[in-house]
Design a binder for this molecule. Structure first.
Ligand SMILES: N[C@@H](CCC(=O)N[C@@H](CS)C(=O)NCC(=O)O)C(=O)O
Length: 179
């Protein structure tokens, strides 16, 4: 199997799609891209729903038609299918540490930003949560989201300071570099 037999359904402006495009670039993989226009609501079309009933991007489609949604799942598939340059860890310890930092960054940083954006911008009225169901915005969540993001960056800075120490001490540990 080669990367050109895969297809990544994505949107150029979507942060979740971007995570996968960055991952592909870091691994040096060229996967054919199919753009879904979220502004025009293409994610809700019958054609796209047949690929991903959750109506979100990104989706990775394999040669046999299997569709994998959810960014961490797509990254996991790519890292295991093309193991030459593992980005998610090569040993059980590294895999565990990287999964831990990845999940923290997603839950505490990425989700916090998304909560603020989706509850604020006019274009997402009635669509406060991506997916097959419509949810009204809750403006009060925006202020809390700003605080969550601030705290996330402060915590991240502290972590990066510790990781810099690990690098300086000459004991490289890939898990320490995953955020
Ligand atoms: N949990 C999903 C989230 C995917 C998601 O929220 N994608 C957004 C773009 S960043 C989307 O497709 N939004 C469509 C919409 O808002 O209707 C993942 O990890 O892939």
């Amino acid at each position: 199997m080669t990367p050109d037999t895969l297809k990544l359904y994505h949107s150029p402006a979507s942060p979740n799609s971007r995570r996968v495009r960055i991952f592909l670039a870091e691994k040096g993989l060229k996967v054919p891209l199919v753009a879904i226009d979220l502004g025009k609501g293409e994610q809700h079309s019958q054609a796209y729903r047949a690929i991903n009933p959750r109506r979100v991007v990104p989706t990775l489609v394999l040669e046999d038609g299997t569709a994998i949604g959810e960014v961490p799942a797509i990254m996991r598939y790519l890292d295991e299918a093309f193991p030459e340059k593992p980005l998610l860890g090569a040993t059980p310890k590294d895999k565990g540490l990287i999964a831990m930092w990845e999940r923290r960054a997603e839950l505490e940083g990425f989700a916090a930003v998304m909560e603020g954006v989706r509850n604020k911008i006019a274009g997402l009225k009635g669509r406060a949560i991506a997916g097959p169901h419509d949810y009204e915005q809750i403006p009060a969540l925006v202020e809390r989201s700003v605080l969550r993001v601030k705290n996330f960056f402060a915590d991240l800075n502290e972590r990066l300071g510790q990781a810099a120490g690990v690098i300086a001490n000459g004991s490289p540990d890939r898990g320490s570099f995953s955020v």
